[in-house]
Design a protein around this ligand. Structure first.
Ligand code: 6R9
Length: 660
């Protein structure tokens, strides 16, 4: 018997070809062209990336060596000098793009600002000069704790301009979470705002910064730069805190971009491990610049005429790579929106699409499932005809959500680009190219050219067609994480030693279960930590959840294992219902049977629990770890600092009264 790591139980057979007109005009316009690029990159990865680095980026000094791979440490473009903000800003100023919109920003209360490349450049230079005055210099780390306002991007770019590394902490995180991250990064300064607007409330960011820094808890922080957004009352510490609007008018509008080595630290971004303290993922300059530039250009077929909108927050890697660096490096126009769908304005996303004529729209499955629950009237009441490409990221997208996105938002015209990647990978790893790749709902399709992805067992042996296993990457890529900040050991153990290297072959371990079908398409099955073992069958969460979501009454679901004497583990499914559906014991029985019909008896949930909402991280990922605790009646254990809404857990603890 082959060593099958995770069993695949659900098959999805629908395929969607790229629209002809879109394909004809696309950067990559056929499968043949994709395959040519893929094979070329596979045969000579260094040569492939070097050619693109020369074509697509501006360098102050060319590199000496494309790739130095001393596993698990990779260096790309060593000896080269560049500055990512030169590629994102300066080089556009000598072209017609000088007065092109770089960012179209809209605030939650409805205020808006457009920044051209020239204006953005000016603001970045000013803030860079202010940072210098604050004593920040090349090599220092700066914490950024901001709402979704243009100054968040300006702050990141201002750091990169002078060679300081930023560490953005999502503005929804608590003072404690902020403090831990500032301490770990030994940040010299913090850039924040008085507050931000979120779901019609003011989030008091400056107060949280004060709390984080209280009692000299972060001795490395010397200065705090504060942007005024909400005009709420804040305390300014004399000698430490500086108002941006007070220093901005006098700051010089020119600040040359610091020449950086290719491998100089660009940023640290903390990603929460399921246990233990968050990992500071380290990204460096040149490889990250190149990879985010190329992936956005090809996977979203980015053109100068596009109005591109990624709904993420800059506090996540998606915001770093695909709101700030990728779009600007390409000279694109990017929409930035402060708000999120909220009871007072559930259709706000579609208003923004209509108002600015968004052509490329990139969001997360959790948002799509929320839109489905809110009903089709909201999008149907807006003109969405400007859209040409849709994207998704963050979690596996259930085929039913994919189909809804395709029909109701894309009007069956827009390819869906399902991008699988991670904070650690810096950019898209598995993704369709919209003019080339036929898509299958629920599959992130194929590797980006230059990415050698595989599905293997614990010994590194490749799985057969449709056999589940571990998703790995077998060759370094330009934007891969370089280490875990200050913890090389954790870097090795987490990513490179889960599967033992053999004969010089190293495996980057992504921590996701996956299978590859006979057409070479990858299907992500969920995090390996979440795999459920029923009577010796190891089942991924994605497929059972998709089966549940395909029932008309179900809006969203999360399945976890609960220890069971007989089966090892039993499946407990947490389910939220569609607007019109009513919870009942009959519905529970029906849902169990539905899973049996869709998948088979092996996946029959032992228990269904109705819930009002599921516990999610602030970036929208379901926290199955907490549900696992609940399902087995245990106390909630481990880190809960990334939880979006604490009341969700309390409600779940009280059981599911609706089903009584
Ligand atoms: C970009 C981002 C990474 C984890 C990743 C996987 C899940 C992301 C996905 C996806 C299936 C996709 N994930 N995109 N799963 N299909 N298209 O989300 O980074 O926050 O570090 O999370 O998210 O489990 O390993 P990050």
């Amino acid at each position: 018997m082959t060593d099958i790591t995770i069993e695949s139980v659900l098959q999805e057979n629908r395929t969607f070809a790229p629209p002809t007109a879109l394909a004809q005009a696309a950067h990559v316009s056929s499968m043949a062209q994709y395959e040519e690029l893929y094979e070329k990159a596979k045969a000579d990865p260094a040569g492939f990336w070097a050619e693109l680095a020369e074509q697509e980026l501006d360098w102050f000094k060319p590199w000496d060596k494309v790739l130095d791979w001393q596993p698990p440490f990779a260096k790309w473009f060593e000896g080269g000098k560049l500055n990512i903000t030169y590629n994102c800003l300066d080089r556009h100023l000598t072209t017609w793009r000088k007065n092109k919109a770089a960012f179209i920003w809209e605030g939650e209360p409805g205020d808006s600002v457009t920044l051209t490349y020239a204006q953005l450049h000016r603001q970045v230079c000013k803030m860079a000069n202010v940072l210098k005055d604050m004593g920040v210099s090349k090599g220092d780390r700066v914490g950024i704790y901001m709402p979704m306002i243009p100054e968040a991007a300006i702050a990141m770019l201002a750091c990169a301009r002078i060679g300081a590394a930023h560490s953005v902490v999502f503005g929804g995180f608590s003072a404690e979470a902020l403090r831990d991250r500032l301490v770990d990064a030994k940040a010299k300064a913090v850039i924040t705002a008085d507050g931000g607007f979120r779901k019609d409330k003011v989030v008091h960011l400056k107060d949280a910064v004060d709390q984080a820094l209280a009692d000299n808890a972060v001795p490395s922080v010397q200065k705090v730069l504060v942007v005024q957004r909400t005009k709420s009352e804040v305390t300014m510490a004399a000698g430490r805190d500086i108002w941006w609007h007070e220093v901005e008018p006098d700051a010089a509008a020119d600040c040359p971009a610091e020449p950086m080595d290719s491998e100089d630290l660009l940023f640290i971004l903390y990603t929460s491990g399921s246990t233990g303290k968050p990992k500071g993922v380290v990204h460096t300059t040149a490889g990250y610049n190149l990879y985010t530039h190329m992936t956005l250009k090809w996977a979203f077929d980015l053109k100068d005429t596009d109005v591109y909108w990624c709904t993420a927050d800059v506090g996540w890697i998606t915001g770093h790579s695909y709101i700030v660096y990728g779009p600007l490096s390409n000279g694109a126009t990017a929409v930035m929106y402060e708000g999120v769908p909220r009871p007072s304005n559930p259709g706000c996303f579609w208003d923004v699409v209509e108002k600015y004529g968004v052509t490329i729209f990139y969001t997360a499955p959790t948002a799509i499932r929320a839109f489905i629950k809110m009903g089709n009237d909201l999008p149907n009441a807006r003109d969405l005809s400007s859209l040409r490409i849709l994207g998704t990221v963050g979690e596996p997208i259930n085929p039913e959500a994919w189909i809804w996105y395709h029909k109701v938002i894309g009007k069956e015209r827009c390819p869906i680009v399902d991008t699988w990647w991670q904070t650690e990978t810096g950019g898209f790893m598995l993704t369709p190219l919209p003019g080339a790749t036929p898509t299958k709902p629920g599959s992130a399709t194929k590797p980006f050219p230059g990415i050698l992805a595989d599905v293997v067992d614990m010994n590194g042996k490749p799985a057969g067609d449709d056999e589940g296993g571990y998703l790995v990457i077998k060759h370094p890529w330009p934007s891969m994480l370089r280490t875990v900040y200050g913890d090389e050991d954790r870097f090795r153990k987490t990513y490179w030693e889960q599967i033992e290297p053999k004969d010089g072959q190293y495996f980057y371990f992504a921590g996701d279960g996956a299978r590859r079908d006979k057409d070479g398409y990858f299907w992500i099955m969920g995090r390996v930590d979440d795999v459920i073992n029923v009577s010796g069958h190891r089942l991924g969460t994605m497929e059972i959840e998709s089966a549940l979501v395909s029932h008309p009454a179900v809006a969203e679901s999360a399945v976890v294992g609960r220890p069971d004497d007989l089966k090892g583990e039993d499946i407990v499914a947490f389910v939220t219902l569609e607007g019109g559906a009513t919870a009942s014991e009959d519905l529970k029985a029906e849902l169990k049977q539905h899973v049996v019909n869709e998948i088979g008896a092996i996946a029959r949930p032992g228990e269904i629990r109705f819930a009002e909402a599921l516990p999610k991280t602030r970036s929208g990922k379901i926290m199955r770890r907490l549900l696992r605790n609940l399902a087995s009646g245990a106390e909630i254990a481990g880190d809960t600092s990334t939880l979006e809404d604490r009341t969700v857990l309390d409600k779940l603890r009280q059981g599911d009264p609706e089903s009584a």
